[in-house]
Design a protein around this ligand. Structure first.
Ligand code: GLY
Length: 370
């Protein structure tokens, strides 16, 4: 029996718990009941997750005396757009979800972000609970209150900060993920070590290849990642400073996702993994860290089977100028200047707005070669 671990996010009136454990979907009814003013919730999920986990969630709610209605959206990044947001909000209104009700987001990062945003704008804000079903969502997107959708101009450009009231991360559901999705989510786990915890990265170097099969190690990795994120979000909820460090690898990653059309060619976590490798390479070329750091990052990602370079992305990519232009849509851009999360070593990330274009171009050129 693995007892759930609770990470508290102490944000005053917006404080909440992240519960991490095995079988939390089956216990969701009793976990959620204390939040409810009437025994009724709306669930928004995607078609893939619905087939795997929705009946269990609804059975658990029903056993706790909670009625539920569910809406399933198509699975995939293309759902994080205006038409699906409109459909979700209108469905919630049609089902008379009131100001004091709670909406459940059952799914990966796409569902969590979209449903969180729908909850933020529905009747000027209703509460929501995240039930993240991907590794990426459990360690990153379900915690911290960033919600939103993509725009043709770039990823996550439309949204709001809206904290969930509870996060239930059932680490047993990660066993239903295919290897590629699990690994892509792992890119975000490794990111925590890269950005702020060299000891955690050392632990991952020893244990990462056992996370998929060992629930105790998996719970530890998820709880440690969530603990780090909770600390950063508590100190900087609206990303005035430190929270930007969570975007390590994302300036490159988001540009690569845009360049590949948010398609199956490159998953978000894969873009982050490549982005982390490139950010460390850039840091070493700028003389900010020794060559040992990018070599360790690259070796770790490659050993696990994650893409770590532009050459690992199937198909053609736009030229360097076009990739750099895509980076210009990054939310960290300030006064028109690109800002990168770079590192002085593993676990020592910082924000830098002074990256010479020729060094950036050299990083991209070499990454195309492999
Ligand atoms: N995923 C980055 C953040 O939550 O700030």
């Amino acid at each position: 029996m693995i007892e759930p671990v609770t990470v508290h996010v102490p944000l005053g009136a917006r404080a909440y718990d992240v519960r991490i454990g095995v079988g939390l979907i089956d216990r969701a009814g009793t976990e959620i009941a204390p939040l409810l003013r009437r025994p009724r919730v709306a669930i928004v999920t995607d078609e893939t997750v619905a087939a795997l986990h929705l009946p269990r969630l609804q059975a658990s709610l029903s056993a706790a005396g909670i009625a539920s209605e569910a809406m399933s959206l198509p699975a995939g990044e293309a759902t994080k757009t205006w038409p699906h947001l409109i459909a979700t909000v209108e469905w919630l209104l049609e089902h008379k979800i009131e100001r004091r009700d709670v909406v459940l987001a059952l799914g990966g990062g796409v569902i969590g972000d979209l449903v969180g945003f729908a909850a933020a704008i529905l009747r000027r804000g209703v509460r929501f609970v995240q039930l993240p079903t991907s590794l990426l969502a459990q360690v990153d997107s379900s915690v911290g209150g960033k919600t939103g959708i993509n725009a043709p101009q770039g990823k996550n450009l439309i949204g709001a900060f809206h904290q969930p009231s509870l996060v239930l991360a059932d680490i047993a559901v990660l066993e239903t993920l295919d290897r590629r999705d699990f690994l892509a989510g792992y890119g975000e786990v490794a990111k925590y070590g890269f950005l702020g915890d060299a000891a955690f990265f050392g632990w991952l170097e020893q244990n990462a290849d056992r996370l998929r099969d060992d629930p105790v190690l998996r719970q530890r990795a998820v709880a440690h990642s969530v603990g780090m994120k909770a600390g950063i979000v508590t100190r900087d909820e609206t990303e005035q400073g430190e929270r930007a460090l969570l975007n390590l690898g994302h300036t490159f990653g988001h540009a690569l996702e845009a360049a590949t059309g948010y398609s199956g060619r490159l998953l978000h976590g894969e873009g982050v993994a490549i982005g982390c490798a490139l950010a460390f390479d850039l840091s070493a070329r700028m003389g900010l860290c020794s060559q040992e750091s990018p070599s360790r990052v690259l070796a770790h990602l490659r050993r696990l089977g994650l893409p770590a370079s532009l050459a690992d992305i199937p198909g053609d990519l736009p030229d360097d100028a076009a990739l750099i232009a895509l980076m210009g849509q990054d939310k960290k851009v300030m006064d028109g200047r690109l800002r990168f999360v770079l590192a002085r070593g593993i676990g020592e990330a910082f924000v830098c707005d002074d990256v010479p274009t020729e060094v950036l171009a050299a990083v991209l050129q070499d990454a195309r070669a492999g």
